[in-house]
Ligand binder design. Sequence first.
Ligand code: HMG
Ligand code: MG
Length: 298
Amino acid sequence: NYPSQVRIIDVGPRDGLQNEKQPVPAAVKVELVQRLQDAGLKEIEVTSFVSPKWVPQMADNAEVMAGIERRADVRYSVLTPNLKGFEAAVATRPDEIVVFGAASEAFSQKNINCSIAESIERFAPVVEAALAAGIAVRGAMSCTVGCPYEGDIAPQQVAYLAGLMKGIGVQRVDVADTIGVGTPLAVRRAIEAALTHYDIDHVSGHFHDTYGQALSNTLAAVSMGVWNFQSSVSGLGGCPYAKGATGNVATEDVVFMLNGMGIDTGIALDKLIDAGQFISEHLGRPNGSRVARAVLAK
Ligand code: HMG
Ligand code: MG
């Protein structure tokens, strides 16, 4: 029962670049977004409206949003942790905002400086304002399998957070393995927990590849019928509050796997590889996609 189509949100410009030590100019981020949409991405997570003291790389959020050439058939999303972030974001006309909570109390504290319950209190007015303005709302759920501070996370924690997200009107949720420790059955249990509050069309998979498990986890999710995923072009990234965690699974690698399975993504792999090379060369580092490296070595 594999889905016939998969929708990928490339989170490279946000999740990918938020943790870069070297400053990445806004113009480079804008060009990356441009290249991703040229490759056929229909959803792009562009930036975040968070405190520049916490995440300096995203301080150019408004400049990047103003610089991109919008396409009517592409959905541009941004992270907003609170009303202050939402108000700054709304001026840049995002199609979707993302509130981001954690299934782990300790990670919630480290990442957004409040408990899970407090985070929901902060998100509630953001969700309400977004929906009233006709902006879609997604909820990222971090550490759904493991936490850098608490270790293993029980599926009940994921169900708890998903229920809270549902309660405040979040339309769809991401099951994120922030530190990439998940393996297929653990990821399956986390997704099942999310499915106690959301249907299969409103649950997505967000897998980091720290332990090399992200494609296996993607396959596990696809085999459950999940058809929405987040990944980063050339495997960019990591989270500043999850030390040592690597980037998301590379979008190129996900597309290659799905192509091989006959599952349509609408993405042109060659153009996607070009986009990944563009940003890898800019950062001065090897391309993080195995597929891109293999194709380019031919
Ligand atoms: P706080 O310090 O508790 O906030 O931070 P505060 O309300 O006390 O405000 C403190 C200062 O921040 C004030 O400025 C505010 O104005 C300012 P000051 O008076 O000191 O000059 N401030 C803001 N500035 C800009 N935009 C805002 C904003 N809010 C307050 N929105 C806060 C709380 C949430 C702001 C902070 O903890 C923060 O910015 N955290 C962001 C963390 C982050 O971006 N993490 C990475 C994204 S999550 C992730 O990567 C995981 C994900 O990919 C899924 C996965 O893989 O798991 C999504
Ligand atoms: Mg992430």
